[in-house]
Design a protein around this ligand. Structure first.
Ligand code: NAD
Length: 376
């Protein structure tokens, strides 16, 4: 099987869908790998490293023609894949809900599109989950970016000139990104507290040495929604949460918000009045900026100062750690493809009835086949 790795063209994209390590591993499975010239440049991987790993490097039109599998971070426009053969697989973060026309175009071009972000949340698929691998890095970077803007130090320091007190960090939303944000803030020496609607997170917060701040009088999500995701909370819960947050937030220096509800706008967790209660110089990093924001007044991709508080509208933080985010994304792709690699036949076999295949396959045989997409 021939695998082609395309260079990303989306503005601001720095990542690449294969690393020299995964190139070697694909070759170990018996595949041939071709990488588009310059594909790894922004992730600090020169063409020569791909060549040393055993890949050929060349312009896109030279690699697409005989590729059986095309690997990408973002879904390329179908027009830029002209020349790819019918039946070739396109694997990446294809953003199916927001790029429906592009998905139809993949079907029209005879490509079999596989959306990695729709990987089901089952144990077997954990190592293939691009949302987790990228969110983990984003959680780390949110704290580092917040610390860079914060005009004070994170750890308590006792110096001859006097004592610097520890920063107080509050993490709202304790999924993959939130857990890494807690761990990172703790490593930097901050006093950390955190909240979520899923009661299972309480123990996780404590195990990282942070203080759980939870609505106690109204029930949260005990058993969790499907796949461990949260669902929208009742009005009563939202009111209780707002009161709890109001009391807590005025004493915080850095707030990291990561709360998301699949298929819904991000829940509003911090109002303008709550921002105004924080001390000037405080920083709020809103990781839900792209999904509408957890913080009132947040602008995606920008730093906005309100009441002396900087709101960082964090978008695509994983891109700012291009080498690591590429390495992890690449491994997710390899883990997925290698799990379906038939060693005897020396090729990829995707069974129609497999839970993973059913969840991520968008197009096949010239048609959109994803039930989720057709039902949307
Ligand atoms: P996410 O990005 O969808 O949401 C982030 C967090 O925000 C979640 O913890 C959610 O409960 C929380 N949240 C939503 N509404 C909120 C509100 N109003 N107030 C406060 N918090 C709110 O979640 P995620 O990071 O993708 O992870 C969610 C869960 O799924 C975790 O338990 C994670 O371990 C699990 N997970 C499992 C797998 C797998 O098994 N393959 C893969 C990834 C994640």
């Amino acid at each position: 099987m021939k695998i082609a790795v395309v260079r990303e063209t989306a503005p601001g994209e720095t990542r690449v869908a294969a690393s020299p390590e995964t190139v070697k591993k694909f070759i170990g499975l018996g595949a041939e790998v071709a990488v588009e010239s310059g594909a790894g440049e922004a992730a600090s991987v020169p063409d020569a490293e791909y060549e040393a790993a055993g890949a050929t490097v060349g312009p896109r039109d030279k690699l697409l023609g005989d590729a059986d599998i095309i690997l990408a971070i973002n879904g390329p426009d179908a027009g830029t894949l002209a020349g790819a053969k019918s039946g070739a697989l396109l694997v990446g973060a294809l953003d199916p809900m927001r790029r429906r026309e592009a998905i139809d175009a993949y079907a029209g071009a005879g490509l079999e599109a596989l959306a990695m972000e729709w990987m089901p949340r089952i144990t077997r698929a954990q190592s293939m989950d691009i949302l987790s691998s990228q969110s983990n890095l984003a959680g780390y970077k949110a704290v580092v970016d917040g610390a860079a803007v914060y005009g004070r130090a994170f750890p308590m320091m006792m110096t001859a000139a006097g004592t610097v007190s520890a920063a107080r960090v509050f993490v709202m939303g304790v999924g993959v990104a939130g857990l890494q944000a807690i761990a990172t803030a703790r490593r930097l020496g901050a006093q950390v507290s955190a909240t979520d609607v899923r009661s299972a997170t309480k123990e996780q917060i404590q195990s990282l040495g942070a203080k759980p701040i939870f609505v106690e009088n109204v029930a949260g999500i005990e058993g969790e929604g499907s796949g461990g995701y949260a669902t929208e909370m009742s009005e009563e819960y939202q009111k209780a949460q707002a009161e709890l947050v109001s009391g807590h937030i005025a004493k915080q220096d850095i707030v990291i918000t990561t709360a998301l509800i699949p298929g819904r706008p991000a829940p509003r967790l911090i109002s303008d009045a709550q921002l105004a209660s924080m001390r000037p110089g405080s920083v709020v990093v809103d990781l839900a900026a792209d999904a509408g924001g957890n913080v009132e007044g947040c602008v995606p991709g920008e730093n906005v100062v309100k009441h002396g508080v900087t709101i960082i509208g964090a978008t695509n933080l994983a891109r700012s750690l291009a080498a690591d985010s590429s390495a992890l994304f690449s491994r997710n792709l390899f883990n997925f493809l290698s799990a379906f690699w038939d060693k005897d036949q020396g090729k990829l076999v995707l069974p129609d009835d497999d839970e993973i295949v059913k969840a991520i396959r968008l197009t096949q045989g010239g048609k959109v086949v994803s039930e989720r997409l057709l039902g949307a």
